[in-house]
Design a binder for this molecule. Sequence first.
Ligand code: ZN
Ligand code: ZN
Length: 130
Amino acid sequence: MRIAVYGAGGVGGYFGGRLALAGSDVHLIDRGAHLQALREHGLRVQSVKGDFKVDTRNDDKDYSRIRCPQCRWQPDKHSRWTCSPGCGHSWNTFETRGLCPDCGKKWFQTACLHCSAWSPHEDWYEERKN
Ligand SMILES: [Zn+2]
Ligand SMILES: [Zn+2]
């Protein structure tokens, strides 16, 4: 079973955590400071039924909505970009939304590993406002 919980605070975090403990494939979707905390520390839930912790740090990112705007190629978690010109660090740019984790350089353009075309990083995300 694959479950997406939107908003990992309070209720969402509690039920998402419970489901994860029960063996479901739970994806907690949150943003901002909360997401940062989830990435760094995992999910901690304190409740009247007992406290528990769920490790969300290795949660696989959903790459199904990320595509090259030019050729529709989809990266996956093993895809790697190199910070060049820059510090030469190699990482998955979609894990950090274009930010080099080593030198902090923000890559506003992302090269496609398939067709080599450069496109604005934000254009790779298919989630569009209606
Ligand atoms: Zn760099
Ligand atoms: Zn492409």
